[in-house]
Write a protein that binds this ligand. Structure first.
Ligand code: S3P
Length: 449
């Protein structure tokens, strides 16, 4: 990749260091850019394409490591998936209930979505045996949140620590429909149960305490599943034994990736950025609401609907930010954006409190502990709460050595913080960005003026 005076990448065999050297004269960010395809929608398009009848054509697929893990798993389960590229991926589905027994362990890599959603499908394939694993981060993340409801449906699943950690072994069996009241607002849990429900005779309902992202519901409907939604109770009901037909899917840009540029544009003096073609599904736009509470200057332009998902171009201009409180039902609508919101809070006047977000402790890293420790290394005032962060803004940041803890969103959040720090910041483990944003560094270089 090309490098600039500000951004340098140093690679060894094991890892990459991103070095950001902020010029004494300052820098600003200008221009238009496109973010890669939405990760959640990319996973679902590959999975539903694989279990539908006929061909699914996906345009704009995210080429990150996580969807590559999904594609590899579903190829091993019998689906034909063409080489992954952003223009057009063709998936020849095998039909509902027709997954094949793989000859080896299914590896979900770093991807919680791959493992949790796939478990719903595997558990409901009678007579087949599967083993699933992931990288060291995924092997430490809780799987009981999907194993328990699947067991209520009759699933046979075994794993480490009381069947709660991968590697997991699954003996597929005929499942029965249930009404599951999920204790957490999690689209991964909801989607896992809905996919398992697809294979049952009868109706499966998931009720969650707050609404989580609804991409599965939208896409299942588009593929022909019978689905009803009760917004009053945050419940979704799916009728089993549906006929799923392959579709054309156009994946919008990922708002979770756009979030890095929204915050960068808002905190770096003199900046103006336009992020084009971003998915603005209301279950994902909590970041826009939080930044607006902080006083950020963000406009939605050219709002439109593309293949069942709302899309817009997002324009952000630098401006002064103020602290806010982020809590409650807003949390599931911005759960992946909290690391970068913490960076925004460091540059906002006052004390920002983020709470009700204990889920962050079981993401790709413990994002509460990691963001507090790494931002504090740069001179920020961040305190860990059991379920969030307290951030007192206004103290200037100084360059430091920080670490991604192999978490893609931490690597990119620290890179944005470094743009506004004096001196040199080195981010160890920067290669993690490729999980969801392989071109992140190129885009960064392109907009630095
Ligand atoms: C996702 C749901 C969220 C999110 C993850 C992707 C999905 O996780 O954090 O990055 O695609 O369903 P939870 O459902 O565990 O909250």
């Amino acid at each position: 990749m090309s490098e600039s005076n500000v951004v340098t990448l140093k690679s060894t065999e094991e890892q990459q260091d991103l070095i950001i050297q902020s010029p004494a004269s300052g820098l600003c960010l200008q221009g238009s850019l496109r973010v890669p395809g939405d990760k959640s929608i990319s996973h679902r398009a590959l999975m539903l394409g694989a279990i539908a009848q006929g061909e699914t054509i996906i345009k704009g697929l995210l080429l990150g490591e996580d969807p590559r893990s999904t594609a590899a798993c579903f190829r091993a389960l019998g689906a034909e998936i063409s080489e992954l590229n952003t223009e057009e991926v063709r998936v020849r589905g095998i039909g509902l209930g027709q997954l094949q027994e793989p000859v080896d362990v299914l590896n979900a890599g770093n991807s919680g979505t791959t493992m949790r959603l796939m478990l719903g499908l595997l558990a409901s394939h009678p007579g087949l045996f599967f083993t699933v694993t992931g990288d060291s981060s995924l092997r430490s993340r809780p799987m009981s949140r999907v194993v328990k409801p699947l067991q209520q449906m009759g699933a046979q699943i075994w794993g480490r620590q009381g069947n709660s950690l991968a590697p997991l072994a699954i003996q597929g069996t005929l499942l029965k429909p249930i009404h599951y009241h999920s204790p957490i607002a999690s689209a991964q849990v909801k989607s896992c149960i809905l996919l398992a429900g697809l294979m049952t005779e009868g109706q499966t309902t998931v009720t969650e305490p707050a609404l989580s992202r609804d991409h599965s519901e939208r896409m299942l409907k588009a593929f022909g599943a019978q689905l009803s939604i009760d917004p009053e109770t945050n419940s979704v009901t799916i009728t089993g034994q549906a006929h799923l037909q392959g579709q054309n899917v156009i994946v919008p840009g990922d708002i979770s990736s756009a979030a890095f540029w929204l915050v960068a544009g808002a905190i770096v003096p003199g900046s103006e950025l336009c992020i084009e073609n971003v998915g603005v599904n209301p279950t994902r736009t909590g970041i826009l609401e939080a930044l607006s509470m902080m006083g950020a200057d963000i406009e939605l332009e050219n709002q439109r609907e593309v293949a069942g998902e709302p899309v817009a171009d997002l324009r952000v201009r630098y401006g002064k930010l103020k602290a806010c409180e982020i809590a409650g039902n807003l949390i599931p609508r911005l759960i992946d954006e909290i690391p970068i919101l913490a960076v925004a809070a460091v540059f906002a006047q006052g004390t920002t409190v983020i709470k009700d977000a204990a889920e962050l402790r079981v993401k790709e890293s413990d994002r509460i502990a990691v963001m507090a420790s790494e931002l504090n290394r740069m001179g920020a005032k961040v305190t860990e709460l059991p379920d969030g962060l307290e951030i007192t803004g206004g103290t200037p940041l100084k360059g430091a050595e920080v670490n991604s803890h192999t978490d893609h969103r931490i690597a990119m959040s620290l890179a944005i913080a470094a743009l506004n720090a004096t001196g040199t910041t080195t981010i160890h483990g920067a290669e993690a960005a490729a999980i969801s944003y392989p071109d992140f560094f190129e885009s960064l270089i392109k907009i630095i003026k």
